[in-house]
Design a protein around this ligand. Structure first.
Ligand SMILES: Nc1ncnc2c1ncn2[C@@H]1O[C@H](COP(=O)(O)OP(=O)(O)OP(=O)(O)O)[C@@H](O)[C@H]1O
Length: 364
């Protein structure tokens, strides 16, 4: 089932879920604070995640991501604020009251956390054993889950004989065993190679679609967020500093930290060209032009040539993120008036964002 999966999030779905408030949110955090001594690991986090939504949480090391996850699964208690899971506030529940609620949350980890002395099916069935499900029922359920993750043939194998991708599939099957409402993924693909990562992400997306499962992804891999998340939240120093649909944040990040986190994802001027750039006036201005949506799809460059004058196309391109065309073009335009001002006017009129990166001489 993990083959031929469309990995781009649907634009419609993204639009519906852009606010994370479709129906009763599965997760609702209200002004959550958690301090360790003088360190504010969480400094007033408010966030809602709707049913069936996939949200990516990104941030630098030490930003507060793990603390956030630990507050969600009840391993960490906030100093103040509220954590609601499916409408129940978990902050005040005692350990016994938390048990059934924890079963509503599945978790997958970077290093899989499988029990090496147990077979694949025993690993998958473990949450059900803890929940008191009979041996027959839990083995039947483990069989169904292994089929769902494409590992039917490995029920009796031991984790040591599996590849990293297969181990993570077992981790996913185990996380789904108790039919959770929420799946927390803590760097689940960080230890996997790119191809295996793609297949695990496709599996998560498929499970999200089939089961309507809500997924929160903590990751430092921006590609993961771009591939499967509907929405992204950027956390820094314990606060959510930016949040929105993935295509929008990736196309037009507002905060410096977001820009820096996404740097590798955004097209850059090739190094050899960058080295020629000068801040002093040259014969050509080099522009970075960021475009989104209709502008990116239309015959922008043909129109630019016809209406504003000649230019040199240096580098860039357009890609689809969540069904939205997002592009960055690097152009060299004659620096003299009226060419430059006409070009700027034309591009701004089409909704593009323009930055003059510097100047070159046209024979460079
Ligand atoms: N148990 C603890 N005791 C003391 N300080 C802690 C504890 N847990 C977290 N912190 C501090 O809180 C801040 C947030 O940590 P957290 O682990 O949540 O960040 P993170 O974004 O998950 O980082 P990373 O990506 O490196 O795992 C950090 O400054 C960290 O040192």
């Amino acid at each position: 089932m993990n083959q031929h999966v469309d990995m781009s999030a649907s634009g419609d779905k993204a639009a519906r879920q852009a606010t994370g408030l479709v129906g009763e949110p599965v997760v609702r955090l209200v002004d959550v604070k958690r301090h360790f001594g003088k360190t504010a690991a969480l400094d007033g986090v408010s966030l809602s995640v709707g049913k069936g939504e996939i949200i990516g949480i990104i941030g630098r090391s030490g930003a507060g991501k793990s603390t956030l996850i630990r507050c969600l699964n009840g391993l960490e208690r906030p100093d103040s604020g509220e954590v609601h899971i499916e409408g129940r506030e978990i902050g005040r529940l005692d350990e016994k009251q938390l048990q059934p609620l924890r079963r509503r949350i599945g978790m997958i980890f970077q290093h899989f956390n499988l029990l090496s002395a147990k077979t694949v099916e025993e690993n998958v069935a473990l949450p059900l054993k803890i929940a008191g499900v009979s041996s027959t029922d839990r083995l039947r359920r483990a069989g169904e889950l292994l089929e769902l993750v494409g590992l039917s043939g490995k029920a009796r194998a031991y984790p040591a004989s599996l590849s990293g991708g297969q181990k993570q599939r077992v981790g996913i099957a185990r996380a789904l065993a108790a039919e959770p409402a929420l799946l927390l993924s803590d760097e689940a693909t960080s230890a996997l190679d790119p191809e295996t990562t793609r297949s695990i992400l496709a599996l998560l997306r498929e499970i999200n679609r089939q089961l309507g499962l809500t997924i929160i992804l903590i990751t430092h891999e921006m590609e993961v967020v771009r591939s499967i998340a509907d929405r992204v939240a950027v956390i820094d120093a314990g606060r959510i500093i930016e949040e929105g649909p993935v295509w929008k944040v990736f196309a037009d990040p507002q905060e410096e930290i977001t820009k820096s986190l996404l740097q590798g994802m955004r097209p850059q001027l090739p190094l050899e060209f960058m080295q020629k750039l000068s801040p002093n006036l040259g014969s050509e201005a080099v522009l970075r032009v960021d475009i989104v949506g209709e502008t990116a799809l239309g015959p922008l460059l043909a129109d630019l040539g016809a209406q504003a004058g000649t230019f040199r196309f240096i580098h860039g391109g357009i890609e689809q993120v969540q069904g939205h065309a997002v592009g960055t073009l690097f152009l060299a335009v004659s620096a003299g008036a009226p060419d430059l001002s006409r070009t700027m006017e034309f591009l701004t009129g089409r909704g593009a964002r323009i930055e003059v990166l510097g100047y070159v001489f046209s024979d460079d």
